[in-house]
Design a protein around this ligand. Structure first.
Ligand SMILES: [Zn+2]
Length: 328
């Protein structure tokens, strides 16, 4: 069987085990972090500013809690601009035993660094290919997939360039693609279209955050193209309430899509995206109830088992799908 790169080395795909495909150990604004290293991240609950260095302890605590709930591996899609630091991930993985597959790519909804404004998609793709083939940030840790994103700004010129670069790197290396999407802005179909134009095998493409919508026609429209979809923001009621996410998952399972979907939370152990008072307000408003790396193993799966999820379906969702996507 094929091997998959993790932050602690290559593993046999069959040893990935129960996998959450989309969880972050840290999100931070790279430029602010570099310029004002003491600016501090925020822990989501209770909301307070995290001292420099404390983000590591919090990530270790979160990773351990996932391991205790039977999670063996996570996909860690923290790309450039989101605070990618593979040595940080390696240390957490070594300390907790949680296997992590990290990525290359650029995480932006609109803006591009000047460096890439003046370079074309092929030149950008070379950087992604280097992360996949040679290693990331001077280490021998290789990227297991390619990340790109489209959000409220839609697939504008900068975003299209990143998608084409991701596609070309995928065609060249065979690496799969995870594309952050925003169903409310109908980005998914255009993202898939670009990958198709570039000749990417759509079985290598995962359209993340599709589960922010409960519009079954929209979701099936994507599935019919042969891509994977992420029902991967459990707990982010801000975008879609928990009960609606569960109802969508059940409906897709009933329609026979167990082998095309991923369940995850898109959790962040710490983030500096919002000041503490804003996070406090979001939590008080119930916008991120139970949002953590634990929600799928602790709440989502037990409820689905009660509802009738079979052992075979659960194995497909949590073990086989990650292997299929990562080694497709
Ligand atoms: Zn994410």
């Amino acid at each position: 069987m094929a091997q998959v790169p993790t932050v602690t080395g290559m593993v046999e795909a069959e040893d990935l085990g129960t996998t959450l495909i989309h969880e972050h150990m840290r999100n931070l604004d790279e430029a602010v972090h570099a310029q004002w290293p003491k600016a501090g991240a925020v822990m989501e609950e209770p909301p307070h500013v995290v001292e420099p260095g404390q983000d590591y302890e919090i990530a270790v605590r979160e990773a351990k809690s996932a391991v205790e709930l039977g999670i063996k591996t996570i996909g860690e899609p923290t790309a450039m601009l989101l605070g990618r630091d593979v040595d940080f991930l390696r240390r957490i993985s070594e300390e907790t035993g949680l296997q992590m597959i990290t990525c290359t790519g650029i995480y932006t909804y609109d803006h591009l660094p000047q460096f890439f404004v003046t370079r074309d998609a092929d030149q950008m793709a070379e950087f992604f290919i280097s992360d996949i083939e040679d290693g990331i940030q001077g280490t021998d840790i290789k990227a297991g997939f390619i990340k790109c994103a489209a959000d409220e700004a839609g697939v504008n010129e900068n975003i299209e360039k990143i998608h084409r670069a991701a596609a070309r790197a995928s065609v060249k290396t065979g690496a799969p693609i995870m594309a952050h999407s925003r169903p409310a802005s109908n980005t998914g179909p255009r993202q898939v279209e670009i990958f198709e134009e570039e000749g990417v095998e759509l079985s290598k493409v995962q359209i993340a955050h599709t589960g922010d919508s409960d519009d079954l026609d929209y979701i099936e429209g994507l599935l019919e193209k042969g891509v994977w979809v992420g029902l991967d923001r459990y707990g982010l009621d801000l975008f879609l309430p928990y009960e609606k996410r569960q109802a969508t998952t059940k409906e897709l399972l009933e329609r026979g899509y167990a082998d095309r979907i991923f369940l995850s939370a898109d959790s962040v152990a710490t983030t500096d995206w919002f000041p503490p008072n804003v996070i406090e307000q979001l939590i008080a408003a119930g916008a991120a109830k139970d949002w953590s790396i634990r929600i799928v193993p602790e709440k989502v799966l037990p409820e689905l088992r009660e509802w009738g999820l079979t052992e075979e379906q659960e194995r497909t969702l949590m073990v086989e799908n990650p292997i299929s996507w990562l080694t497709s």
